[in-house]
Every structure is written in C-alpha cells, then in structure tokens.
Design a protein around this ligand. Structure first.
Ligand code: SF4
Length: 322
C-alpha cells in the first residue's frame, strides 16, 4: 500500500518550554510531559518557547495572572495588580511569532496566563475569579497570527480522540506546507483533496462534496488565492472529531470496493469486524488492518493512495485507543 504522507526527518512543533522539562516556571520548576519527549519526539522536532522568560521576566519571578476583560485580559502580578506585564509579553510575541512560521502544530500548557489556550481563569478587578475564562497572552497572539496552525493543550492530549485529532491535523498541515514549498497548482490541490477524501469523510461526512466544489474550476483560478481558501476549509473539517459512527461509514464505503474480489466468508468476516468496531468491541486499528490486508491483496490505485490508511506513522499507535 502506498504511503500517503512522507515522513521527513522530523516535523517542527512548537511547545511551551516547561512541558519539555525546562525549569523555566515562575518558581524554577518544570511541567515535564513524558508523552512529548518519549513518544512524539520520534516524529516531531520540538521548538520550545517560554514567553515569560523570553520577555525578560527571569527565573524565579513573581507569579502573574489574567485580570479584566476576558477577551483582552491583562497579565499582572498576583500580589500587585499595578505591575502589568501585558505589553512586555505582547512585544515578545510580536518578535517571536515570525520565527515560528514553519511550525506544523503547537502544544500549550493549560491554565497559564501566558501559554493557556482554553479556559484560563480571568480575575475581576476586585480580585475574585470571573465567570468568563480567557486565553493566555502569548497563546492568544499566536493563534491570532496563525489561525490554521493545529493547537492543543497538554491535558487534552491524554484524551485518545483529541490526541488523534491533533496529530492528524499536524500531519495534514505538514503536507500542506510541503505542497506550498513545491508551489501550489490546481493539480496539486485536487490531488490533496482526492487523497484526503475518506479522512475528511470521517471528520465531516456531509461537507466533503461542498469543499470539493471550491476546486470545481480550479484550473481557472490562481492557485495561490484558491489554495489557502481550500486549506482553511479542510482544516475546519479536520478539527471536527471523527466518531465511531462516521468512521464506520468510511469503513463500509471502503468495504464496498472489495465486493467483487472477496469470497462470501471473507465478506462476512470483514462485515463482522466492522460491526464489532461500531459496537465498541474492538478499536479502529482492527478493521483498518483487515481492510489494508485486502487492499494489499487486491490493490486499487485510488483507494490505496488514501491518506485514511496512514494519516500519521502507524508506530504512534493512535488507532489502538479509538
Ligand atoms: S510562560 Fe509558558 S512556557 Fe514559560 S513557564 Fe509559563 S507556562 Fe511554561
């Protein structure tokens, strides 16, 4: 079966430096996440950033927190709200972000007033925690500047579905970057769309055709204008979680390509395995491995090129937990 993505030396992924074990937190400690250094580092070259250190706040330093408007919070000292680091952190973000343009993803740490991505506490001016959460100052600047970049938080990566979704998007982003490096063409965009058909169907089954309409007259458009519009739609679809139901739908479509080749007992076994997956009895890797075997025996050039077979290296074992 044709590999559907090229695995370069390692894909660049940004990360909050303390997650790699760097002792850069306000109190000189780290928040080492073994999953990153022991599993993901085989495929990703991590590019660490500590915005507070980069902004010159030093280690150790007084802790800070977010206050004020949750949509534009200020980062101030916990013990003295008059000492405001917001501008310093924003200036550092403006300097650092242009150096991160080749990243294919970013892993932030939760709850940080600088690096937190989701649901960071924002305090009211009276010192009480407000009801509306916000986003850390650096995380907000990066996601605004690079809206298509796949981003996640450390804690959420322990959820198998969210982990697989993030990694799928990182590898898709890397494919896109390679396509851009080679030069965008109408043929390249159509090929990307074709190879990602079943991956996209697993994430957003009703939107594949709609996304394809963007490419209907691809040859008549400037690929440098059309490409980013297409990829924006593709990443929005991939951000939606694939479910047991949508994956089962894809597996059944793929099974349909084998109806003439398989004996009735083979069809029956394959059907049972897909049904067991649907019921949650076996993980996704089981029907996928069986289908891969049959498409190895009965190759189909269109199906064998699908990114669905290998959206990321098998060794990450992400489908064992889905
Ligand atoms: S600023 Fe970010 S990287 Fe630095 S210690 Fe805080 S959470 Fe970690």
């Amino acid at each position: 079966m044709t590999a559907t993505h090229t695995t370069p030396a390692r894909i660049k992924v940004g990360v909050s430096a303390c997650l790699l074990g760097q002792e850069v937190r306000f109190n000189g400690t780290h928040k080492h996440m073994p999953m990153l250094t022991q599993e993901f580092s085989r495929y990703f070259e991590f590019v660490p950033t500590c915005p507070e250190l980069g902004a010159g706040m030093g280690v150790p330093r007084p802790p800070i927190r977010l206050v004020g408007d949750p949509h534009a919070p200020r980062a101030v000292r916990v013990d003295d709200a008059a000492v405001d680091f917001t501008q310093l952190l924003q200036d550092y973000a403006a300097e650092r972000i242009p150096q991160l343009q080749d990243l294919a993803g970013y892993i932030f740490i939760k709850n940080s007033p600088s690096c937190g991505l989701f649901r960071v506490k924002v305090y009211l001016d009276n010192g009480n925690a407000g009801m509306t959460p916000g986003r850390g100052v650096f995380a907000a600047a990066l996601t605004k500047a690079m809206p298509l970049l796949p981003v996640e938080e450390d804690g959420r990566l322990h959820d198998p579905v969210l982990r697989e979704n993030f990694i799928t998007r990182v590898f898709a982003m890397h494919e896109w970057q390679q396509l851009c490096t080679r030069g965008l063409t109408a043929a390249g965009l159509i090929d990307l769309h074709t190879r990602y058909k079943y991956t996209l169907m697993a994430h957003a089954p009703h939107n594949y055709a709609k996304l394809g309409q963007l490419l209907a007259d691809a040859g008549k458009h400037d690929p440098n204008e059309l490409g980013p519009r297409y990829f924006t739609g593709m990443m929005q679809m991939l951000q939606l979680k694939a479910t047991r139901k949508t994956n089962t739908n894809v597996l059944m479509h793929l099974q349909g390509y084998l109806k003439k080749q398989l004996q009735s007992n083979e069809k029956s076994s394959l059907g049972k395995v897909i049904e067991h997956y649907r019921q949650g009895i076996v993980p996704l890797i089981v029907p996928v491995t069986m289908l891969k075997h049959y498409f190895h025996v009965f190759p189909d050039p269109y199906i064998n090129r699908q990114a669905f077979w290998q959206p990321y290296p098998d060794e990450l074992s992400l489908r064992n937990s889905l």
